[in-house]
Design a binder for this molecule. Structure first.
Ligand SMILES: CC(C)(COP(=O)(O)OP(=O)(O)OC[C@H]1O[C@@H](n2cnc3c(N)ncnc32)[C@H](O)[C@@H]1OP(=O)(O)O)[C@@H](O)C(=O)NCCC(=O)NCCS
Length: 178
């Protein structure tokens, strides 16, 4: 899989020694998990298990999950991944998180822009993303990355719950990218 470099970050594959910083920087933070499909991890073991699945998927050829690191420190501070594909595999849906201490400094916009470019380079024709209606910061990232609002959907708020929530869907096509 590719390594993507931006002004302040390096987006690289996950490694076995990433579990502790993942856990402490975002997986155990209720504020980060609130509008994500997963629940906050209460212990390091849960993050180690999830990282193990990430590494397995990478070994099996899944190439669209990046560990977001600070350029100088190589410390994991977030994740961007393709969470699904549509339209016969030509449209990639992305999801992303970043540690709370980096919020509102343009980090995720910088990283998502670079990932969108990479996905178009990889042959996807369209990239979409969805956010909970009560999580407008995520929608703002989508807008700043050139995505446009396409409509509302309802989806399960958490993976194993039956609670539905309203989400806003954003999209960008390869020919729209500046
Ligand atoms: C959503 C998230 C990825 C944003 O990352 P970030 O690095 O803070 O994003 P940026 O700094 O690039 O942009 C955030 C924008 O949202 C705006 N914003 C923040 N809180 C907001 C709010 N409550 N209402 C409206 N806009 C808000 C910021 O002002 C900024 O916009 P601006 O540059 O026009 O001022 C980050 O908060 C996060 O990881 N949250 C938890 C996980 C999550 O929700 N992931 C997305 C799931 S869909």
């Amino acid at each position: 899989m590719s390594i993507i470099t931006t002004a302040r970050m390096i987006l690289r594959p996950f490694r076995e020694d990433d579990a502790e910083p993942m856990f402490h920087n975002w997986m155990n933070d209720e504020d980060v998990a609130r509008y994500c499909r997963w629940y906050r991890h209460k212990d390091l073991k849960s993050t180690q298990f999830m990282l193990h699945l990430y590494l397995q998927e990478a070994e099996q050829g899944f190439a669209y999950r990046w560990c977001v690191t600070e350029k100088e420190k190589d410390e994991p501070i977030g994740c961007i991944e393709v969470v699904g594909t549509r339209e016969h595999g030509t449209c990639a849906e992305i999801g992303y998180v970043i540690a709370k201490r980096f919020w509102n400094q343009g980090y995720m916009t910088e990283a998502v822009r670079a990932v969108i470019e990479e996905l178009f380079r990889c042959g996807f024709h369209k990239v979409i993303a969805r956010h909970h209606v009560e999580n407008p910061a995520s929608g703002r990232v989508m807008e700043k990355c050139g995505m446009h609002f396409v409509g509302f959907e309802q989806e399960l708020h958490k993976f194993d719950s039956d609670i539905l929530c309203d989400v806003k869907v954003y999209a960008i096509r390869s020919e729209e990218q500046k």
